[in-house]
Ligand binder design. Structure first.
Ligand code: NAD
Length: 290
């Protein structure tokens, strides 16, 4: 397949490299000066998209996605598929899908879970929104870049799933961190806390697989001075998207709202910027009940 790949950053770079390694003809474009193994670089997004069977975008946000889509959709061949893997707001995903359909293109919003490690290892999970035909066209590429792809529904359903998943993730991380900080103050050994909770009803991915306490549980960013991993500002981005989505459909999400507010404070007024999102634990340790 001829693939255009736009946005060759931390995630997009290794995803594009994996497609090239699998034998696809990948033409990439990024605003920054990048070099990706096996990927031919084009001078513009439109040049990368022109003549491609599938164009994949992996960009920072919905505003940039909309601008890039406006440039590349007119350059794409009829029947080609536009697959956006960025995490963006549901409205942008649906707007781009509509523009693609008007131009006679297939489209899928297909955000990912699994982080940079998953992108490099080809083990991402894709959550996809779009028609059955569009999903079928993208599925062989999802198989190369990831280990699982779930067709969640129509346009926007992939972003909806991503936003809900990450709202749970943010809320659960905060709950896990505040429980560890409470356990510390109660004099409970952290290893004992892990041994109990990881096999009791308080277990979760944040406790069992990504434990925020250094030296406890499997290796995680807490064992590396809280270097990301998944940076707090990216968690904040996703929590903001969840609250924007909740506002648009009048959904009551008080825990998501509180998680957004705590990560806002952590990133903007405390020392969370550039730290892994599990660094909420040392943050809670520094604080007393007010
Ligand atoms: P990144 O900043 O490393 O990469 C984004 C790339 O897009 C950059 O290289 C940038 O130069 C390029 N870019 C920006 N505007 C452009 C334009 N107009 N035309 C062409 N290129 C442009 O970010 P990332 O970590 O690769 O994340 C990409 C997306 O994936 C985001 O939406 C993010 O929320 C999502 N995501 C990231 C992770 C993660 O762990 N990093 C995990 C899951 C999802």
């Amino acid at each position: 397949m001829k693939i255009g790949f736009i946005g060759l950053g931390n995630m997009g770079g290794p995803m594009a490299a994996n497609l090239a390694k699998a034998g696809h003809d990948v033409v990439g474009f990024d605003m920054a000066n990048v070099a990706i193994d096996g990927v031919t670089l084009a001078d513009s997004g439109a040049a990368a998209a022109s003549g491609a069977d599938v164009v994949i975008t992996m960009l920072p946000n919905g505003q940039i996605l909309r601008a890039v889509a406006a440039e590349i959709i007119p350059a794409m061949a009829q029947g080609a598929a536009l697959v956006d893997c960025s995490t963006v707001d549901v409205d942008s995903a649906r707007a781009v899908a509509e523009d693609a359909a008007t131009a006679g293109l297939l489209s899928v919003d297909a955000p990912v879970s699994g982080g940079v490690g998953g992108a490099e290892g080809g083990t991402l999970t894709f959550m996809a929104g779009g028609s059955a035909d569009a999903f079928a066209k993208a599925a062989p590429l999802f198989d190369i870049m990831g280990q699982k792809a779930v067709h969640c529904g129509d346009a926007g359903a992939g972003q909806s799933a991503k936003i809900c998943n990450n709202m749970i993730l943010g809320v659960t991380m905060i709950a896990t961190c505040e429980a560890f900080a409470l356990a510390d103050k109660l004099g409970l050994d952290r290893q004992k806390m892990f041994d109990v909770v990881s096999t009791s009803s308080g277990y979760s991915w944040t406790m069992n697989a990504y434990c925020p306490a250094p030296g406890v549980g499997p290796q995680s960013p807490s064992d590396n001075d809280y270097k990301p991993g998944f940076a707090s500002e990216l968690m904040l981005k996703d929590l903001r998207l969840s609250q924007q989505a909740a506002g648009s459909v009048n959904a009551d999400t008080p825990m998501g709202e509180m998680a957004r507010d705590l990560y806002t404070q952590f990133v903007e007024n405390e020392d969370g910027l550039g730290m892994d999102f599990s660094a909420m634990l040392p943050r809670f340790e520094k604080r007393d009940r007010s």
